[in-house]
Design a protein around this ligand. Structure first.
Ligand SMILES: Cc1ncc(COP(=O)(O)O)c(C=O)c1O
Length: 334
């Protein structure tokens, strides 16, 4: 089913659909199912990545509401904040960020990777807060201060994961179905990282609305599987509501695997380092240390445990994030 997004104010930040490529060498190396990759790391806006799709709808809404300043928050190395800054630059809007020092004492997190690009993109004010700060409250105060000084603020939630932002991945599910039909491929499973949940929820809702039976497996980056499933299911429900109730029911069906995030959000695991190295060396593709590296760890492990049959086809969604490699080079020295 082709979902109609015309009722939403949307900006378009990517010129083409992102490619779906076969990972020939990785598939052979692992000896399991055929693995394909959806290259959302090649989406538009500086450095690309999954937030570009969400921001098409969020910034469209901000502009329609007459905003002149985008405010959002995340970790110091947030890809979402970098891409919000990129969208603001492109639209001639101002951008202010609240960035949380999730892991303390790593100098490169303050100066390199996404944090460096934030500066380059001309973010107006960056407020840095410590790991014990209530990030939502800090962003609320920050937004109120900006409004009091006359800014027309549009606040974007963590990861752009409200129902409106999630529409970006409903659109991505549509794109995948169109591409798989023209490539004559039937994906059995789609694997993606699952953080604030909008990517997985949008894919889930999009496939269910289109009556596709592909299963979406989210590999969590910060939460146990069950609590992430509730979060994703809630968003699936909200995005269906936003699209209108005649789009069917997908609620309650999310599958999240919480076995691969290690000790916590953005904390490295040896398996993540191996996965990032492996995909770089076999496929010339850069994953990231926080999201796609851990999701790939999950995919590799599930293949090794025989969770997929060798006649199945899986699609890994590369949601971007490679700029964070440059703030974490110490993890990868041989
Ligand atoms: C590179 C990358 N991949 C995946 C995710 C997770 O996506 P979501 O927050 O939609 O679950 C994020 C979120 O920040 C991200 O930056």
């Amino acid at each position: 089913m082709n979902i109609d997004f015309s009722q939403f104010s949307r900006r378009f930040y990517s010129v083409h659909a992102t490619p779906i490529q076969k990972l020939e060498r990785l598939s052979r190396f692992l000896g399991g199912p055929e693995i394909y990759i959806k290259r959302d790391d090649l989406l538009g806006l500086a450095g690309g990545g999954n937030k570009t799709r969400k921001l098409e709808f969020l910034v469209g809404d901000a502009i329609q509401q007459g905003a002149d300043t985008l405010i959002t928050c995340g970790a110091l190395q947030s890809n979402h904040c970098r891409l919000t800054a990129a969208a603001a630059a492109l639209e001639g809007l101002k951008c202010r960020l609240v960035l949380q020092e999730v892991v303390s004492g790593i100098e490169a997190h303050h100066t390199n990777g996404n944090r460096f690009i934030d500066e380059l993109l001309g973010v107006e004010i960056i407020k840095t807060v410590s790991s014990d700060t209530d990030l939502m409250a800090a962003m609320g105060d920050f937004s109120m201060e900006a409004s009091a000084r006359g800014c027309k603020v549009y606040s974007i939630p963590v990861g752009g994961s409200n129902a409106l932002g999630t529409l970006g991945y409903v659109a991505c599910a549509n794109e995948i179905l169109t591409q798989s039909a023209s490539m004559n491929l039937n994906f059995d499973h789609v694997i993606c990282p699952s953080g604030s949940g909008g990517t997985q929820a949008g894919l889930e809702a999009g496939f269910r609305i289109s009556k596709s039976d592909v299963s979406v497996i989210g590999i969590t980056v910060s939460r146990p599987g069950k609590s992430q499933e509730s979060k994703v299911n809630q968003l699936v429900w909200e995005v269906q509501l936003l699209l209108g109730s005649d789009h069917g029911e997908a609620s309650g069906s999310a599958i999240c695997n919480g076995d691969y995030f290690g000790e916590g959000y953005s904390l490295p695991t040896p398996e993540m380092i191996e996965a990032v190295r492996l995909v770089a060396r076999l496929e010339s593709i850069l994953l990231d240390p926080v999201y796609t590296g851990k999701a790939m760890t999950g995919l590799i492990d599930l293949i090794r445990k025989g969770e997929f049959r060798s006649d199945q086809i899986v699609l890994f969604v590369h949601t971007g994030g490679a700029p964070a490699l440059f703030a974490n080079t110490q993890l990868f020295s041989d």
